[in-house]
Design a protein around this ligand. Structure first.
Ligand code: HEM
Length: 146
């Protein structure tokens, strides 16, 4: 669980990247698809996945980037309430495990890209403040596979 100080600094870090949720969510997805092309296979119904330039313009990817960031934002608002936090992350984990059949190793991949983007844009303290949140998200998404 998170101390009051951890909650505050994690929220401060997240706000910096969430201000531009659609652009930053899209940047995270484009980097995942570019650096880990196997992850594109889950999105075969998305058009315009052939180059990073195309992907950045794609309404489907932009919409999905926004949705992923909105889900993380909901979790970040409930770091101080584990019941509410689990109420968000557990159903999302179930959906990725049973319906979408995502290889759970990819949760660490996308979380590391979010941390990398935070460090590039806002520095090492921002990244450090959010590491525990990504660990928690990955742990609970992975639990849906047990
Ligand atoms: C759908 C969040 C990681 C693949 C979704 C949705 C959300 C979401 C909110 C929409 C769910 C709904 O419609 O009910 C997240 C979060 C992640 C994560 C917070 C980790 C931090 C991943 C990863 C992959 C993935 C790593 C694959 C590499 C998908 C796919 C869909 C989806 C294929 C359905 C997209 C569509 O057809 O529109 N995700 N996701 N997700 N996610 Fe994730």
């Amino acid at each position: 669980s998170f101390s009051e100080a951890e909650v505050q600094s994690a929220r401060g870090a997240w706000e910096k990247i969430y201000v531009d949720a659609e652009d930053n969510g899209t940047a995270v997805l484009v980097r995942m698809f570019t650096e880990h092309p196997d992850t594109k296979s889950y999105f075969s119904h998305f058009k315009g996945m052939d180059s990073a330039e195309e992907m950045k313009q794609s309404d489907q990817i932009r919409g999905h980037g926004k949705r992923v960031f909105t889900a993380i934002n909901d979790m970040v608002q409930h770091l101080d309430n584990s019941e509410a936090f689990l109420g968000i992350v557990n159903p999302l984990g179930k959906k990725h495990a049973t319906q979408l059949k995502i290889d759970p190793k990819n949760f660490r991949v996308i979380c590391d890209i979010i941390l990398q983007l935070m460090e590039e844009k806002f520095g090492g303290d921002c990244k450090a403040s959010f590491e525990k949140v990504t660990n928690e998200i990955c742990t609970h998404l992975n639990n849906a596979y047990k």
